[in-house]
Design a binder for this molecule. Sequence first.
Ligand code: ZN
Length: 149
Amino acid sequence: MADATTEPLLTPTTDDDGAPFWTYAARGELRIQACTACGELRFPPRPCCPHCQSFASDWRRMSGRGRIWSYVFPHPPLLPAYAARAPYNAIIVELAEAPRIRLVGNLVATPDGELDSVAPERLRIGAKVQVVFVDVGGTVVPRWLLERP
Ligand code: ZN
């Protein structure tokens, strides 16, 4: 197990409901759980639809486009592995297809860019972003690029 005090937290904690998200991410696909009874998307993944209480679901592929809904720049005190990277951004993205579905991630200048590769003054609420998938230490995670860099 990674030492959280010195190494970044890379491995997502998965369960039966959330595992498909990471399986699709590893293929470069952003998919969100959808109810097959009423069609509503839901995130985070869970067994039962909060709209109609159905347990039937599948995973719908998203365009990967969205907008920055909010953002922060974490500053120390942070875990040592993150303090060395600060200040970096953490953004919340609302998906184009479902604005009430919001994902937390990082905005980067290029798919393999560092977490601080976008200047803080470039971030603004409402900016259009596009997902990219990046292998970080063996785990493929979604990150975000500005549509208009
Ligand atoms: Zn439903």
